[in-house]
Design a protein around this ligand. Structure first.
Ligand code: ZN
Length: 868
């Protein structure tokens, strides 16, 4: 019998085989079609968010070029994943590269030589997203293909990208991506295959999720802003969209005018350079129809792109051509607008599209070409782009050492400290440094106590804070025709002024009605940075529990009212100013009773409210407020304003029911509701008629109808309160025939023009709807209303003016043309009708959930509906 002898060599080999780590990831990368069963962009096929993430997880399990990370949850509770893609070597040192780019972006205590060295060592972080606007399907679909192309790449061009760049791929609206894919799937092959969604593709914001960036009301915006401004500091942020100006196949930078002045000029130069690189890539690949310099300007900073510009991140917006979902469409030149039919070559449209089929696959391919062009630029200019981060930050900090504003000082006596805390904490989320003075200070002749909050401008993202806090002076583009007119522009500039793509003025301290003071002389004060603005703890002052007094000026008081009413406590509003236990209280003071001191004590703590307790009920005439039964109308022609209204109602803990057309057509509304809100809508005609038959699945066609309008009239006659928001007031003046007319309803653009600005309004503080406001206050005006009131013999039916536009100094920020038309005109009106009333809120008091200073006009209107 042969004895087996194991040599030491074999024993060691055997042990090594046992103990060695598992083999490196196999690197056999399944293509999307291997998993999904169809190619990305295939006709009639959309993948949803869940499928996209499942696929990315699969390739992450076999490749060391991709990591999947979570940035937080969506509004509807999904985990929000993003993919980090680079070479395996770079990903192994990912945290080191994050640290390098952070140092360069913040540029603190860093010499140019050190910055130069870090730029050599660092990698270019590039953020690319898709799907923010969920019905613009191609961008989110293309992310999956882009991930595969990069992770599986073997060619020199892509390997260079992987070596030089760390790429972040972000699904910007996961809830919406699921909603749209489900809706399309449901209707595929039916006559409604390309019908629009009958609800918002973001639960609260719909399309306005790209108007939220500077204020971060939405969870998704908060997640993205944290990722960009606190974690990754990318050199380029590329935000994909899909609504090219027809017949162009993609819109790429350079942008249109006007240009927001609060950006470093290098941002604009690099946007132009990257746009040109994209254009060259399209023409090299024979992809026609890339256009620039029209439609999309950079004025308004509600967009993702314009927020990052003032954070020294080069933003790139593109708009690929859209048809609907994954259904293809054929176009001929005869479908084009006349000026495009002769296919004229132009500097910013050198390769006109000639028509033909347009499929989701084409749009996905255009997105891929564009994304890869951006990545190539980033790879090629990695070092320059990294050094520019440092350069821009240092330039900006040097600038504000020499010129005002040197800082923004936040005085301590604010009318609504809770709103101020929200504003400043959102700025901190966006990477802004807020400090607390450690000693008394004096600036421009004003003294401020120790503890005053200060935002110095010697910080890297100072231009963002300037953009948010200063007043906007929108340029009248007719003055600069040569500066902005491109050859391909079809905009006429004679006559009417040129509107911005979105708002012209947004100054946040005005919207929040908080006071901030620019420092015009340099500050010299000891101060320490704070991570979060925390309000002083609230408390109950005084003894007794017969009544508790709350301040009507504070938005948190409305949460308190709702909680007290839920607890079966009683709420009343003082109709006059009064004295209680030696102190003066203004009209509107909120008086709570039949509620335990313990409950109120908890409320004071939770909501940071100072509450006064009284041993006896104050002797003052009051309005008794009951728990309101609220309905909000939700049209199947979905509008953002309805979503934002729900957002602030949820935030302030109102109970409400959503009413659809059928509910209102069914009538008997007074039995169930005290107040019904009719949000701002695209047109009163769409409210009444809705989608025509045959354009939508049968459940979603038709609007309120005249029958529904009559039921609303009956609701008011029986004592209901109907609240009309902004232009929906035209439904009131048109259908309810009050002695009120909106003088702007038919105004021509060359007579009056104010698409979105901050104006000064005056309020009648003796009216319950204006309780808690100041006699003069800034408001948002967005294509809004101004009312003429007709004389009436019926005193009981005479409208009452609650707010009017200021006579002098009407424009606070932005632009207005033809202001004489609305000076001193009514802005909010109560119209008695039967036992109830119409409330015409002629300007958007809750516009995109931003103007916290005027939210209470809606809240007061709702409660007022319980006063019969
Ligand atoms: Zn879009």
């Amino acid at each position: 019998m042969k004895k087996t002898i194991y040599s030491p060599f074999f024993i060691i080999l055997f042990l090594w085989l046992l103990c060695r780590p598992l083999p490196l990831k196999s690197q056999v990368i399944p293509a999307p079609e291997d998993i999904l069963g169809f190619k990305i962009g295939a006709d009639y096929h959309l993948i949803n968010y869940t499928q996209a993430i499942d696929y990315l997880k699969k390739i992450a399990s076999v490749s060391d070029r991709i990591k999947l990370m979570e940035m937080g949850k969506t509004t509807l509770g999904l985990p929000m994943y993003y993919a980090v893609i680079s070479s395996a070597e770079n990903l192994a040192k990912m945290d080191d590269y994050r640290e390098i780019i952070k140092k360069l972006s913040l540029a603190k205590e860093l010499s140019p030589e050190e910055a130069e060295k870090l730029s050599q060592q660092g990698k270019a972080i590039v953020y690319i997203d898709g799907g923010l606007h969920a019905t613009e399907c191609a961008p989110a679909q293309h992310l999956v293909q882009l991930a595969y192309d990069l992770v599986s790449a073997k060619d020199e061009k892509n390997l260079k990208i992987l070596n030089e760049v760390i790429c972040l791929l972000v699904f910007a609206n996961p809830d919406g991506m699921n909603m749209v894919a489900d809706w399309y799937q449901k209707n595929l092959g039916t006559p409604y295959e390309v019908s629009p969604l009958p609800f918002l593709y973001h639960y609260y914001a719909g399309h306005d999720n790209n108007r939220d960036s500077y204020i971060s009301n939405l969870k998704e915006t908060q997640n993205i802003n944290r990722l960009v401004n606190q974690e990754w500091y990318p050199v380029i942020l590329y935000n994909h969209h899909q609504t090219a100006p027809f017949p162009a196949r993609i819109w790429i930078p350079p942008n249109s005018e006007p240009t927001n002045p609060n950006v470093h000029p290098l941002i604009v130069r690099w946007q132009n350079l990257i746009g040109s690189a994209m254009g060259a890539a399209f023409d090299a690949e024979g992809k026609e129809g890339a256009i620039s310099r029209i439609v999309f300007d950079t004025w308004y900073p509600g967009y993702v792109t314009q927020v990052v510009d003032s954070h020294n991140i080069i933003s790139i917006l593109t708009e690929t051509a859209l048809y609907r979902y994954a259904t293809p469409r054929f176009y001929t030149v005869q479908d084009f607008p006349p000026e495009y039919q002769d296919l004229t070559m132009a500097a910013f449209y050198p390769n006109p599209w000639k028509g033909g089929w347009w499929r989701l696959k084409d749009a996905v391919d255009y997105c891929l070409t564009a994304s890869k062009a951006v990545l190539e630029v980033a790879a090629k200019y990695r070092k320059e782009l990294l050094f520019n981060k440092y350069k821009m930050a240092s330039d900006i900090m040097t600038r504000f050492q020499k010129e005002p504003p040197y800082a923004w000082i936040i005085p301590q006596n604010q009318i609504d400290p809770g709103s101020l805390a929200i504003l400043l904490n959102r700025m901190i989320l966006l990477g802004i440094e807020v400090y607390e003075a450690q000693e008394e200070l004096s600036c421009d002749g004003i003294s401020y106590p120790r503890g005053t909050l200060i935002i110095p401008m010697t910080q890297p993202f100072a231009l963002f804070i300037k953009n948010m806090f200063e007043e906007q002076h929108y340029p009248d583009l007719r003055k600069y025709p040569d500066l902005w007119q491109g050859l391909v522009s079809s905009r006429k500039f004679e006559g009417a002024p040129i509107e911005a793509y979105d708002m012209m003025g947004w100054t946040l301290p005005y919207q929040f009605n908080v006071k901030v003071q620019a420092a015009y002389t340099p500050l010299s004060v000891r101060m320490t940075p704070i991570k979060k603005v925390i309000l002083p703890a609230g408390k109950i002052e005084g003894s007794g529990a017969a009544a508790f007094l709350l301040d009507h000026h504070q938005n948190a008081s409305f949460i308190a009212i709702n909680r007290i009413l839920k607890q079966k406590g009683k709420i009343a509003w003082a109709k006059k100013s009064f004295k209680s236990e030696g102190k003066n209280y203004p009209e509107g003071t909120i008086i709570a009773s039949s509620i335990s001191r313990n409950f109120m004590d908890n409320l004071a703590h939770q909501l940071n409210l100072n509450i006064q307790s009284c041993s006896s009920k104050p002797k003052v005439e009051v309005l008794e407020i009951k728990a309101p039964r609220v309905g909000i109308y939700q049209s199947w022609v979905a509008v953002e304003d309805e979503g934002w209204t729900r957002f602030i109602l949820d935030e302030h803990e109102f109970n409400y029911k959503v009413l659809h057309d059928a509910d209102i057509r069914a009538g008997n509304l007074a039995a169930e509701y005290d107040s019904i809100i009719l949000p701002d809508h695209y047109s009163t005609d769409l409210i009444i008629n809705g989608y025509p038959k045959g354009t939508m699945p049968p459940n979603y066609v038709g609007g309120l109808t005249i029958n529904g309008v009559n039921n609303l009239k009956e609701f008011v006659r029986q004592g209901g309160t109907l609240i009309f928001m902004n232009t929906t007031c035209n439904l009131a003046t048109g259908e309810f025939k009050p002695p009120v007319r909106n003088i702007l309803e038919k105004a021509r653009k060359d007579e009056f023009n104010c698409v979105g600005s901050i104006l000064q309004a005056e309020f009648d503080l003796s009216h319950p709807i204006a309780y808690g406001l100041e006699s003069q206050q800034p408001i948002v005006f967005a294509d809004s209303c101004a009312f003429d009131i007709f004389p009436s013999f019926d005193q009981k039916a005479t409208p009452r003016i609650i707010a009017k536009y200021a006579g002098d100094n009407l424009l606070l920020s932005g632009y207005i043309y033809g202001e004489k038309l609305i000076q001193n005109k009514a802005a909010i009106v109560e119209v008695p009708l039967g036992k109830g009333r119409l409330i015409l809120l002629g300007f958007p008091v809750q516009y995109r959930a931003q103007p916290r200073g005027t939210f209470k006009l809606l809240f007061n209107s709702i409660y007022y509906g319980t006063v019969k």
